[in-house]
Design a protein around this ligand. Structure first.
Ligand code: PXP
Length: 237
């Protein structure tokens, strides 16, 4: 299972003072040295953490892969087509939310999402859709030409006891198997942390995990090297 790190919250901390530190680019380069398989950033319309300069610099300097999370909106699509990340993950975006709150409603937005996927494919960028573990959303993703899906794991992460976690895990496992049968790559992420990752990574059909907040938070206490390597150790290779 590949392990990609979302570094948005290094930029959140930097932006708290509108100065240069901590620098997300430096953090990304360190993360690569400590064993991650890729760097993930979300370029939001309101630029609350990662900015366009970060994305362009990352594209130049990292040697693993760059996954750009973004909403299907014209301005960001233009930047993406220019920067050409290795993967684009389309996510829903609401201004008032603290973080991405759930998967895309692909079923009800077929045309708009298909146009976006086509445009990104014209620039030779593979596209992943962030969705709930829902068969209808996965079928719709396949129908409009997505290359991959990323399954939203936030519901799993919010479960309060192991029994409920395992129920949600089973749902995600079935969704993963279904997506794989359709030929889609399957990533997963949101809310994964040092406590729930061991249970979650039992779904060995998943190709790649995207984990951010828990690692950035732990970095403050134990340093980036220890925080990243500890997570790396918990994820089966
Ligand atoms: N995947 C997607 C699509 C996300 O929006 C996020 C949060 O930015 C993550 C993964 C990572 O979530 P977390 O920061 O909770 O690990």
């Amino acid at each position: 299972m590949r392990f990609c790190i979302n570094i948005d919250h290094v930029a959140t901390l930097r932006n708290a003072r509108q100065e240069g530190q901590p620098d997300p680019i430096t953090y990304a380069l360190m993360a690569e040295q400590f064993g991650v398989d890729g760097i993930v950033v979300h370029l939001r319309e309101d630029r609350r953490h990662i900015n366009e300069r970060d994305v362009r610099l990352l594209r130049e300097v990292i040697s693993t892969k760059l996954d750009l999370e973004m909403a299907a909106v014209e301005e960001i699509i233009g930047i993406a087509c220019d920067v050409k990340p290795d993967l684009i993950t389309l996510v829903p975006e609401k201004r008032e939310e603290l973080t991405t709150e759930g998967g895309l409603n692909v079923v009800d937005n077929l045309e708009r999402l298909k146009d976006t996927i086509d445009e990104l494919h014209d620039s030779k960028i593979p596209v992943s859709l962030f969705v709930e573990p829902d068969i209808n959303q996965i079928d719709a993703s396949r129908e409009i030409g997505a290359d991959l899906i990323e399954i939203h794991t936030g519901v799993f992460a919010n479960k309060k006891n192991e029994e409920e976690m395992f129920d949600e895990l089973e749902l995600i496992r079935q969704a993963t198997i279904h997506a794989k049968k359709l030929g889609l790559g399957v990533n997963a992420g949101h809310g994964l942390n040092y406590q729930n990752i061991t249970i979650f990574s039992q779904i060995n059909e998943i190709d790649e995990l995207s984990i951010g907040q828990a690692i950035i938070a732990r970095s403050i206490f134990v340093g980036a090297e220890k925080a990243i390597k500890e997570m790396r150790e918990l994820i089966p290779r």
